[in-house]
Ligand binder design. Structure first.
Ligand SMILES: NC(=O)c1ccc[n+]([C@@H]2O[C@H](COP(=O)([O-])OP(=O)(O)OC[C@H]3O[C@@H](n4cnc5c(N)ncnc54)[C@H](O)[C@@H]3O)[C@@H](O)[C@H]2O)c1
Length: 304
């Protein structure tokens, strides 16, 4: 089996590579815009440095590939608010180019990385796949467009696809230093240094955190399960507030850091929690291991 992971040098992509590299031939296409070559250290894979916007490179990367995991994207909501056109270029045009080349190469199935951002600020909770999408940021809008492109390719019989709406992913190799660092690695890094944990807004916003290992396993499951198509929420199925998360990280890190509340971030949604019944009904099984995985993430960053 040969697989292609676009964005495979990134946080989530490198975990898909890690779960597959001993049982498949793995190729990674990544321009290292936000990923790192060292995320693939020790993993057996072919690395192609290039962009999903470069048709010639994408065509070469698709040669003899059975399954594609398409993760390459502009990944930050605030960055998409600042650069909406660039976001559409990478996320929408990039996805349509990858879909075209996958169909042309006779790929068996493509798994697209979508996002809970497509649900926007709708007060309905938990979020279920049948809800009407209301993205509030350019990032969310491009992920919705990506899902629609996948659906169209499948409906036209060109390519089997599945889209995964990730909620808040965390785990080893998530970058704590990026300008747009996610809450978990940013809090852990500051807690380990006894610096204040800076929370955007009042901290009562809720999020549904999901371990990256589960996200990688769900990708592999849904790509290789031929009956699975359409969109699937991928999440823990439980919400916690950012204040609760920060306190839990303080405890795990044994830190005396204080919580500091700042201004809300543009484009951020207030509440987010998933219904994961559809993923379960498809046959995907994963234990509730949030606490263990959070501890392991603290240990990973402590050891760095
Ligand atoms: N981390 C989360 O909580 C989360 C939540 C929802 C959705 N997602 C989606 O999951 C996917 C992976 O995100 P991540 O958290 O691993 O982020 P990441 O930044 O670590 O990974 C994205 C990868 O894509 C690469 N990339 C960017 N533009 C590219 C281009 N033009 N050509 C080739 N490679 C390119 C980057 O270098 C990086 O390695 C993204 O599609 C993201 O939108 C992530």
């Amino acid at each position: 089996m040969k697989i292609l992971v676009t964005g495979g040098a990134g946080f989530i992509g490198s975990h898909i590579v890690e779960q597959l590299h001993t049982r498949a031939e793995v190729r990674v296409l990544d321009n290292l815009a936000s990923g790192f070559r060292h995320n693939l250290d020790g993993l057996r894979c072919e690395f192609i440095a290039g962009s999903v916007l470069d048709r010639i490179v994408v065509r070469q990367a698709m040669a003899n590939v059975d399954y594609v995991f398409h993760l390459a994207a502009m990944v930050s909501v605030p960055e998409s608010v600042q650069q909406p056109e660039r976001c559409a270029e990478i996320n929408t045009r990039g996805t349509s180019l990858v879909l075209e080349e996958a169909a042309r190469a006779g790929v068996k199935k493509l798994a697209f990385s979508s996002s809970a951002a497509i649900y926007g600020n709708s007060p309905v909770m938990p979020k279920v796949e049948t809800m009407s999408p209301e993205p509030t940021s350019p990032y969310g809008a491009t992920k919705l467009e990506g899902e629609r492109l996948c659906e169209q390719f499948t409906l036209q019989g060109l390519l089997a696809t599945v889209a995964l709406r990730y909620f808040n992913v965390f785990g080893p190799r998530q970058n704590p230093r990026s300008q747009y660092a996610a809450a978990v690695p940013a809090f852990i890094e500051r807690a380990l240094r006894s610096e204040p944990l800076v929370i955007h807004g009042d901290g009562e916003q809720t999020r549904d955190f999901v371990p990256v290992q589960m996200v990688a396993a769900a990708n592999i499951f849904l790509a290789t399960e031929s009956a699975a198509t359409g969109v699937f929420n991928v999440a823990g199925g439980k919400a916690i507030t950012i204040n609760q998360l920060a306190r839990q990280i303080q405890d795990l890190a044994g830190s005396a850091s204080e919580l500091q509340h700042g201004v809300e971030r543009a484009g951020d949604v207030k509440h987010s929690c998933a219904n994961i019944g559809r993923l379960r009904a498809a046959g995907f099984v994963w234990p509730d291991d949030f606490a263990t995985r959070l501890r392991a993430t603290v240990d990973f960053l402590r050891a760095k």
